[in-house]
Write a protein that binds this ligand. Sequence first.
Ligand SMILES: [Zn+2]
Length: 174
Amino acid sequence: MKIGPLPKDLDLRGLAARGVVIKGTASVHALPRLREAGIGLNGEAVAEFHFSRDEEARYILETCVEATLTMTCQRCLQEMDLPLMTGSRMACVWNDADAVALPGGLEPLLVGETADLNEIAEEEMLLAVPVSATHEEDCLTEQRLYPPASERAPEVAPEQGVKSPFAVLEKLRT
Ligand SMILES: [Zn+2]
């Protein structure tokens, strides 16, 4: 099924009253806070929103967001993909007083008459991003381009010109 971009201007409480499900995509252009955090996207984020009302007549929003983020590995400083799947169960609230009155297991979603689903999906992703992301396994780049100092080739003589790390590797092999 082909799905379109997430709507930007929705009456969440109206959708909850009608029990609507919305699925859509967000490109990195629609996610400015993610970009500001130095995070990119590989492809698009896909988000699903289930709207409903609970037994207390609260306006409930359940989200599931799936994306492959691109971040800087904090060990080798190369770009890496970070698959992410996150979600939560939220209740629409008008103010902080309503928020603190919510029972456990329900996150407050401070929202006025309308809301942008891109912003909600973005918030979910930002909450799920690890503080310090590193490659899950060894950083290949680290091993290949930056061997321990003891194994490093001696300084390249000036007449040989500037050597790329690959050239240094070649030197190591001979
Ligand atoms: Zn790494």
